[in-house]
Design a protein around this ligand. Structure first.
Ligand code: 5GP
Length: 324
């Protein structure tokens, strides 16, 4: 534990609405007064610890959270709480040196997508420049006009000097037209943004889907659990860092045990990986907790040495999209 808390680490894969601390959500729920047609919110599933039969169940958790972060003011409160969780005064045992937060801009009754991103950025930019940055996410479920709008917005905000360093592709792993998505994400990359994609997250993702997503050489990859040999060779050749979320994979049942985890393939080849939390609320994890899994002896952990874990943390810091 002391070793982990002394180790400078980067959090590169954290979804804003999946990382809001429960206390903060409860506070937002107290102020939440649903109008006709708006959902009521029950947070007991999060308090009790979520149980998922499969990854697709996971996405059903978000409407309750989204109801609570539908105004710019609530979104700012949530963003601050998420950042504090990683780099605030009470988070010292985590020793998170840098957090690249990601979020999918939503239009609500109270804000446009641009106002959504500006609210998040207003909080992100209160922290020192070398500690925080934002990735703007598009969801695989979105239609093309929305994807195009979000890519345009990310480029516009970056060019205006806001702290947007990249984009992410997330959401329901089997949804969407990858070719359409790639067309727009490649445009973001050309405009100077880093791009990470959730790729091969489930065993039902086809090799075609995966190769299409790899075709524009994303800056990093999320999960990359079910890459076939050709895809692995491509990733290795281009040395594309992989964001690894151990607890997330176990709880979503895309990996059955740590012993079987694909991180082992990449560690054997000295390939850059970044250890990340994904969604601290439903997975009840922390950055320090994910690193503890690297050190713990099997079957609880991977049984790596302190030197090996230090090297992984350093590689993680090296994979950030923002400039220190
Ligand atoms: P937000 O982008 O709204 O701040 O964060 C929550 C959203 O991130 C979810 O609605 C979902 O689209 C996406 N997300 C969170 N965790 C995962 C994950 O493990 N896999 C995928 N594919 N998407 C995720």
């Amino acid at each position: 534990r002391v070793f982990i808390s002394l180790l400078p680490k980067a959090e590169l894969h954290a979804h804003l609405n999946g990382c809001i601390p429960l206390d903060c959500l409860r506070e937002l729920a107290r102020d939440y007064a649903p109008e006709a047609g708006e959902p009521t919110v029950d947070l007991t599933a999060f308090a009790d610890g979520v149980k998922l039969d499969e990854i697709h169940d996971f996405f059903k958790l978000f409407p309750a959270i989204y109801a609570l972060t539908a105004t710019p003011a609530a979104l700012r409160v949530a963003t601050r709480a998420v950042l504090d969780q990683f780099i605030g005064d009470d988070a010292r045992q985590q020793n998170c040196a840098y957090v690249e937060l990601r979020t999918t801009p939503r239009t609500t009754k109270h804000m446009t997508r641009k106002e959504y991103l500006e609210a998040v950025l207003d909080e992100v930019e209160l922290s020192p420049k070398d500690r925080t940055a934002l990735l703007v996410a598009v969801d695989r479920r979105m239609e093309e006009s929305v994807v195009a709008e979000i890519v345009d917005l990310a480029i516009e905000l970056k060019n205006a000097g806001r702290r947007v360093v990249g984009m992410d592709l997330c959401g329901e792993p089997l949804a969407g037209d990858v070719h359409m998505l790639v067309k727009h994400l490649a445009r973001a990359k050309k405009a100077g943004l880093g791009v990470t994609v959730h790729v091969a997250e489930t065993s039902a993702n086809t090799a075609e889907d995966t190769m299409a997503l790899l075709s524009f050489e994303p800056t990093r990859l999320g999960h990359a659990t079910f890459l076939n040999d050709d895809a692995r060779a491509f990733v290795e050749e281009h040395r594309i860092p992989i964001e690894i979320c151990l607890t997330s994979n176990l709880l979503c049942k895309t990996v059955s045990t740590l012993e079987d985890h694909h991180i082992k393939h990449w560690l054997l080849r000295d390939h850059p990986v970044a250890i990340c939390t994904d969604d601290t609320l439903p997975f009840r994890t922390s950055l320090a907790g994910e690193y503890a899994l690297l050190l713990a002896k099997p079957p609880l952990g991977l049984g790596l040495s302190e030197d090996e874990v230090s090297a992984i943390a350093e590689r993680g810091l090296g994979a950030r999209m923002g400039q220190m």
